[in-house]
Structures are given as C-alpha cells and as structure tokens.
Design a protein around this ligand. Structure first.
Ligand SMILES: [Fe+2]
Ligand SMILES: [Fe+2]
Length: 211
C-alpha cells in the first residue's frame, strides 16, 4: 500500500515536471541561447561553412533536375555564405582563436524540397540566430562581430526571399541565371541598380558575378 502511494506520488511528480519543462525545451530549441561572442562566432562559422557545402550540393541536384536557374541561385548563395564565414573568421582571429568547421554530408532531396530546406535555414538564421548573437555582441561591444552578424542577418533575409520566389515559380527557373554577390555582406541581386550595396554600401563594381 505504502509502496503504491510512493509510486503514485512519483508518477505525478514526473508528469508535473514534464509539463513544466517541455514548453521551455521547445522554446530553447526555437530561440538559440547565445553563448559568449566567441562561441557564437564559432557556431556561425560552422553554420555558414555547412550552408556553403549544402548549397553547392543543392546546385548540382538542381542542374541534374533541369532547374539551371535554381542551380545558379544556389551557387550565388553559396558564394555569399563564403563571404559570411570569411568575415566571421576575421572576428574570431581578433579574439585570438582559430575557426573550425565540422562539415556534415548534405542531405540532398528534390530541388523543391531543397529550396524549402534552404528557406527554413535562412529564416532561422535571419530571424532567430543572428538577432540573438547580435544582442550578445552589442553587450560585449565587439565591433567586428557586430558588423559580421548584422551583414549576415540582412543578407540571409535576402537569400530567403530569393529561395521563396524560386520555389513559388520553379518552372520559370529552368534556364541559367546571372547573380551578383556583394563581397562585403553577402547580398545577392540579379542586376546592379546603383553605385553601392543597399546593405553595406560596398561599391557595386566590386560585386562578384555568379552564374
Ligand atoms: Fe544565406
Ligand atoms: Fe553588401
């Protein structure tokens, strides 16, 4: 009888704890908890390096499936992610550390699914991850990290918009396209409309053409 009571109390306790903690767990997964600025730079470096590898694999798949325009977009975004991880590298070295990435084998599905995966990744980075990292960098008054996170946050939002557009009208993306990538912030445009980048004010003559 006593044992049954203990068991019952334990069960109630476990259920109660699960109910109490589960929303917090979900929230933690949804909202990245920023570490130190150095840790955040390392996380961002790893993320950008993997995004670069993933987009190059997605580009190959898009070419195989006959979506040459989507392949061009993936290559342009891959180049932009390189801009980001190089900028993060500079910020990491300023703090006396060396960047290190663990490149995972990209999960390549159909081009339509790859576009959705790209939208999800860019949206997470631009609306959750980088805002959290930026807040911490501002607290730490780390100027290089602030700039690096700001540029990445804004450029990832642009990438997300491109991917959404491509997914929506995928049949119009069967021929090769030309993109211009800002070498300073990773912005991606399909034509140059002014003398400077609208995000970072880099001279548009320095933009990198990717097809
Ligand atoms: Fe991106
Ligand atoms: Fe830029």
């Amino acid at each position: 009888m006593f044992r049954n009571k203990v068991l019952l109390v334990n069960t109630i306790l476990i259920i109660g704890m699960a109910m109490f903690f589960s929303p917090n767990i979900a929230q933690a997964q949804d909202n990245p908890v920023a570490g130190t600025t150095l840790e955040n730079l390392m996380t961002a470096f790893n993320g950008e390096s993997n995004a670069n590898a993933r987009y190059l694999a997605f580009a190959k798949k898009a070419d195989e499936e006959g979506y040459a325009g989507v392949a061009s977009l993936f290559r342009a975004a891959a180049r932009a992610e390189q801009v980001h991880f190089e900028h993060h590298t500079a910020a990491i070295r300023e703090l006396g550390a060396e960047p290190k990435a663990t490149i995972e084998t990209p999960v390549v599905k159909s081009t339509l699914e790859n576009l959705q995966a790209a939208i999800d990744g860019e949206t997470y980075e631009s609306t959750k991850m980088y805002p959290a990292f930026l807040k911490q960098a501002k607290k730490d008054k780390n100027k290089t990290a602030i700039t690096s996170f700001e540029y990445a946050e804004e450029a990832e939002a642009v990438h997300a918009r491109w991917y959404k557009q491509a997914k929506k009208e995928i049949d119009k993306w069967k021929t090769k396209r030309q993109f211009e990538v800002c070498p300073k912030c990773g912005n991606v445009v399909d034509f140059i409309s002014g003398p400077s980048c609208p995000i970072c004010f880099e001279d548009t003559k320095k933009f990198i053409t990717v097809t």
